[in-house]
Design a protein around this ligand. Structure first.
Ligand SMILES: NC(=O)c1ccc[n+]([C@@H]2O[C@H](COP(=O)([O-])OP(=O)(O)OC[C@H]3O[C@@H](n4cnc5c(N)ncnc54)[C@H](O)[C@@H]3O)[C@@H](O)[C@H]2O)c1
Length: 422
């Protein structure tokens, strides 16, 4: 973990793309030394409101935004468009922190890795879930050998919502939230386990919980992908990771690490920020309890981090991004780990469509591995149709009902989204 002392306090001037999620990622902050100087968004009304409120420059056009005098760019634009935006920013000499996913196809993964290598600039993948206090504490304990060697782990990101809420955050039929396959949004569940144990997935087998025709939180929305996905990852140390994410009932984020000398997990009832550590009675030291349950502090900036969103994770992504820029050392969540975590979701979709067959997760640190995937544009993105492209659901093409379309337009209109002609 980086120390609390920030070596050089010169502000790092950042511009943020995307005034939804982006506004909770890259604000000016004395503790990180980031200073927000510009915003970019194509949704003009929201952009100008945010720009006025924060007193910073605003841009509708990304190329013009990149010419603003600033050091770094934070990408919170659409889920499936981060890699080309990152590559452009690096070419313009800006450090980049990118929201999930780092890349949407394997070809983009190769291009992104190469752009970062060529630039010599800082790239950080903004996965915030590893930085929740219990995950940082599990990493600390794991690194000290507290539970022995990692053998089996679980990461869960279960996030159901009513139809109106889902529609409110996915304006337009082809908004990414309406078509990304159920395996793709996997980094919140995969990343914490990789972070705690320093392992990387080598192979995946995926299982999909199909689109539920009896669930109004699906049938009343414009979403045409499945309910949830379980991805089994074979890690590079032989361990197995089970990732679960999607909109099943039972909202929660859970991480569990079984080592060969103990277990660590955040609690599933009551205060879920609590950590439970278990050691078998015959293995624990004399006087040591079998079970310990406590709420860990953050390793640094505890007071500041407790004010931040996503269990403090939103503070630590900015903090480590700024540290990496100042020191010139790549952050832990560098481009290779960002791409690893992101392409798990893509390869898992290939697996799910092949009856859960085993699919490799190529390691783009190796130049020779890149060749096979350089032109891989496989995606169900409605803007990339063509021969061989997959559907968004294991059920094939999902047709929206007239009632769902009517409700969608009503909700989108209430958000200020232009529904004329839909
Ligand atoms: N880490 C987390 O906890 C977390 C939470 C929410 C969202 N996210 C991620 O943040 C990103 C944004 O999500 P969101 O919830 O804000 O919803 P969103 O994807 O609807 O918002 C994206 C914003 O980017 C803008 N945009 C799109 N294309 C643009 C372009 N070419 N130029 C400028 N602006 C453009 C849109 O108008 C919109 O305001 C997604 O990648 C999502 O995965 C992460």
């Amino acid at each position: 973990m980086a120390s609390e002392t920030v070596s050089n306090r010169t502000a790092i001037r950042v511009g943020v793309v995307g005034v939804g999620r982006g506004l909770s990622m890259g604000g000016s902050d004395a503790a990180t030394g980031l200073e927000l100087v510009a915003l970019c968004d194509t949704w003009q009304e929201r952009l100008h409101q945010a720009g006025e409120r924060l007193g910073v420059a605003t841009y509708v056009d990304y190329d013009e935004f990149l010419s603003h005098d600033m050091d770094a760019v934070i990408l919170a634009n659409y889920f499936h468009q981060h890699a080309p935006f990152a590559i452009k920013a690096l070419a313009a000499g800006k450090h980049v922190m990118s929201e999930t996913a780092a890349c949407h196809t394997l070809g983009e993964g190769v291009a992104l890795v190469e752009a970062v290598e060529k630039s010599g600039l800082t790239y950080m993948f903004a996965e915030n879930y590893p930085y929740m206090a219990y995950n940082q504490e599990m990493r600390r304990l794991y690194q000290k050998g507290h539970v022995g060697e990692f053998r089996y782990g679980e990461g869960e990101y279960v996030h159901p919502d009513p139809a109106e809420v889902k529609l409110g955050r996915s304006c337009g039929y082809d908004h990414w939230r309406n078509w990304i396959p159920s395996t793709y949004y996997c980094t919140h569940s995969v990343a914490p386990v990789m972070f705690i144990t320093d392992t990387r997935p080598e192979k995946v087998n995926a299982f999909v919980i199909p689109y539920d025709t009896e669930d109004p939180t699906q049938t009343r929305t414009a979403k045409r992908s499945d309910t949830a996905a379980t991805i089994i990852c074979r890690m590079d140390n032989g361990a197995v990771l089970k990732s679960l994410h999607g909109s099943l009932r039972g909202h929660g984020n859970y991480v569990r690490i079984h080592g060969n000398q103990g277990l660590m997990e955040n609690c599933r009832h009551g205060d879920k920020q609590r950590l439970r550590v278990w050691r078998e009675p015959w293995e624990k030291r004399t006087g040591e309890p079998k079970e310990t349950v406590y709420t860990p502090d953050f390793p640094v900036h505890h007071e500041r981090a407790t004010q931040a969103g996503h269990g403090g994770g939103d503070f630590f992504t900015g903090y480590h991004f700024a540290e990496a820029i100042r020191t010139g050392e790549p952050p832990y969540l560098d481009v290779y780990r960002g791409v690893d975590m992101s392409i798990v979701g893509v390869q898992a979709w290939r697996s799910a469509l092949a009856d859960s067959a085993t699919v490799e997760v190529p390691d783009f640190r190796s130049r020779s591995v890149r060749r096979k995937y350089r032109d891989d544009d496989w995606s169900p993105d409605p803007a990339r149709t063509g021969k061989g492209q997959p559907h968004s659901s294991v059920r094939g093409r999902i047709k929206l009902t007239a009632a769902a379309r009517k409700l969608a337009k009503k909700v989108w209109k209430s958000q200020g989204f232009d529904v004329a002609g839909m």
